[in-house]
Design a binder for this molecule. Structure first.
Ligand SMILES: Nc1nc2c(ncn2[C@@H]2O[C@H](COP(=O)(O)OP(=O)(O)OP(=O)(O)O)[C@@H](O)[C@H]2O)c(=O)[nH]1
Ligand SMILES: [Mg+2]
Length: 278
């Protein structure tokens, strides 16, 4: 189900400028160290932030671990979704529970280095709409992927290029590590089930500038990957939807152009006007 990202009114809480969502599905072996590292980095930047861990009822105790941290630090919040799955939906759920202007996401499995956060925030301060932790821009690395995964990933990136806005195409539109201004999301209804929210934002969001900051994609520290065949199927379905929208839009533009360019439109009889409208 698509859903939009409007900010709630926050009661009794100082407004955060930056909300970082960490989606979790069975990340008990990773989450405590990650939270510690992220808080240290963000404390050193001096930004007013909150971290929202969005957990889909992990059965390895992830939620309980985060709850304990949250009890001692109000900047850490645990949001548990019941009976739901889906990475994009989890991220959107977190963003909807914050009223911060700058929204971000990073994986819980330690593949995204928290040390990159100050540079990502700086890019937004420098007026970029989206700041992307990028494996494909100069200096970035995909890490220890096998040949098949490398091929699959670069093919997937190529397929997205025609969808992205000319002049601001991202080299790593499938990164799971990025920041975006809330205003760029408007009232767009994003897909809940997908794994590739950044791509959807780049294609459908109100984006006029991006910056990619290189990083080396790390190894998952603990636990297992959730990227499976369902994720591949959801990605294919997202691509189909985005291409279908694109075709519809260019069809509409063509129609508008044709109507605007008709020299005899002024003199058209009422019956011709009816035909044009159809
Ligand atoms: N809440 C929630 N989190 C999810 C879901 N699926 C994945 N995640 C989290 O999203 C992040 C990315 O998932 P990963 O399994 O690491 O996927 P990946 O990084 O693309 O794949 P690997 O490189 O194989 O690790 C992790 O923090 C997961 O715990 C989900 O359905 N719900
Ligand atoms: Mg991962």
């Amino acid at each position: 189900m698509p859903d939009s990202v409007s900010a709630p009114a926050q009661k009794g809480r100082e407004r955060a400028q930056f909300a970082l969502v960490i989606p979790t599905l069975c990340e008990a072996g990773n989450i405590l160290e990650l939270l510690e590292e992220v808080r240290n980095v963000l404390d050193s930047v001096g930004v007013n932030y909150e971290i929202l861990v969005v957990d889909d009822e992990s059965c390895d105790g992830t939620g309980e671990l985060v709850k304990r941290v949250a009890e001692n630090d109000p900047r850490v919040r645990l949001l548990v979704r019941r009976g739901e799955r889906g990475l994009s939906g989890a991220i959107l759920h977190g963003w909807r529970h914050s009223d911060a202007d700058v929204l971000g996401v990073m994986d819980a499995d330690r593949q995204h280095p928290p040390a990159l956060l100050p540079q990502l925030l700086q890019a937004i301060l420098n007026d970029r709409d989206v700041a992307i932790g990028s494996r494909y821009t100069k200096g970035g690395e995909t890490g220890q992927w096998n040949l098949l995964r490398r091929l699959w990933s670069s093919m997937a990136v190529s397929v997205t290029l025609p969808l992205q806005q000319r002049g601001i195409r991202a080299k790593d539109p499938m990164s799971g590590y990025f920041l975006v201004r809330r205003t760029c999301l408007g009232d767009i209804c994003f897909e809940q089930s997908g794994f590739k929210l950044l791509l959807e934002i780049l294609v459908r969001g109100r984006i006029s500038s991006i910056q990619e900051i290189p990083f080396a994609f790390g190894q998952r520290a603990s636990g297992t990957s959730k990227a499976n065949l369902r994720v591949a199927r959801d990605f294919a379905s997202l691509l189909l939807k985005l291409y279908a929208n694109r075709l519809q839009l260019s069809g509409l533009k063509e129609q508008t152009k044709t109507v605007r360019n008709l020299p005899e439109a002024e003199e058209a009889t009422s019956s011709e006007r009816v035909t044009l409208r159809r």
